[in-house]
Ligand binder design. Structure first.
Ligand code: KMH
Ligand code: ZN
Length: 311
């Protein structure tokens, strides 16, 4: 099996600062976490920006530039920038970071889904929230649709191609794999593809191992086994570790991080993103899977290299 690519998703767009005190918020905190995760074995870090004052997710390219520049100074790790954002952001706002920074990798969400975190709001009283926006953000997600129309998909494909940014395709359900096939057939996406199978989002496919098997089988049929690489994002605990372990055994790759899961073990908060990376590295080593360095991951994924980014 090829070496394991570990992605660390550091802060995300839906984890609330109230949920964990260990969530990195400022560009400095995010960059320091990226370095610690790389030292622990992550080949790639997935980045969202947050307003340093309010902690709210932002699409401000200046925030992304600061984060990416600080990471580049500290580490050779691959920087994968989000184009996902939140319901409060337009598709144009979400994609603007790609022409601005021309990153090696950027996420590319392959279809529209309900995307809700409203059950989290039930855990907190009004006085529990650290920031005034969090309650409405969590409760309001009950009415969210995460829009990724074919118009958006076409525009994102063209923008990523123009900027030589490799898409990291996020598939939240089996139908999204067929959306991806449409982009391949219509010449918008080039093979080989790099995919994240995302499970456990309220609105998407569940975190059953059978779903990962089925998504992989579907990709084998649609693209051919040699034409894609895949990784898993199991949202929540224990899905993050269970599905990452399954992917390690099946020859896929794995993402962990506070964007997707805040627990290191049942009911125990992870004290850092690096602690989550360390755990998956231990599991991989026990199972005999070697860990890819950033440069090995660049080769596996066919990335342009960090000397060709615009930051
Ligand atoms: N939050 C994850 C479930 C993105 O940033 O574009 C998916 C994600 C999407 O990371
Ligand atoms: Zn993300």
């Amino acid at each position: 099996m090829e070496k394991l690519i570990i992605t660390a998703a550091l802060t995300g767009n839906v984890t609330l600062p109230t949920q964990t005190q260990y969530l990195p918020i400022t560009p400095q905190q995010i960059a320091e976490d990226a370095k610690r995760c790389a030292d622990a074995g992550a080949a790639s870090v997935h980045i969202h920006g947050r307003d340093p004052k309010t902690s709210k997710p932002t699409t401000d390219p200046a925030v992304y530039r600061e984060i990416a520049t600080l990471i580049k100074e500290k580490s050779n790790v691959i920087v994968c920038i989000t184009t996902g954002g939140t319901i409060h952001m337009t598709a144009a706002e979400r994609i603007q970071v790609v022409p601005a920074l021309k990153p090696e990798l950027a996420t590319f969400n392959m279809g529209s889904i309900n995307f809700s975190i409203h059950p989290i709001a039930k855990r907190y009283k009004d006085s529990d929230y650290k920031f005034p926006w969090e309650k409405e953000f969590a409760e309001g997600s009950k009415s969210w649709i995460f829009p990724n129309t074919f118009t958006d998909i076409e525009h994102f494909c063209k923008t990523m191609t123009e900027n030589d940014t490799k898409p990291e395709h996020e598939a939240y359900d089996v139908g999204h794999l067929y959306n991806m096939q449409y982009t391949v057939k219509s010449g918008l996406s080039k093979l080989p593809l790099w995919l994240q199978f995302v499970t456990g989002i309220l609105g998407g496919i569940g975190s059953d191992p059978e779903n990962i098997m089925y998504m992989k089988q579907t990709c084998d049929r649609l693209f051919g086994p040699e034409n894609y690489k895949w990784s898993v994002i199991g949202a929540g605990y224990p899905a993050e570790f269970n599905l990452a372990t399954l992917a390690i055994l099946m020859g896929g790759h794995a993402r962990v991080g506070l964007e997707d899961n805040i627990y290191i073990s049942k009911g125990v908060l992870a004290k850092s993103n690096a602690e989550l990376v360390e755990k998956i590295v231990r599991i991989a080593r026990e199972l005999g899977r070697e860990i890819a360095t950033p440069d090995e991951a660049r080769q596996i994924l066919g990335l342009k290299g960090k000397d060709k980014v615009n930051y």
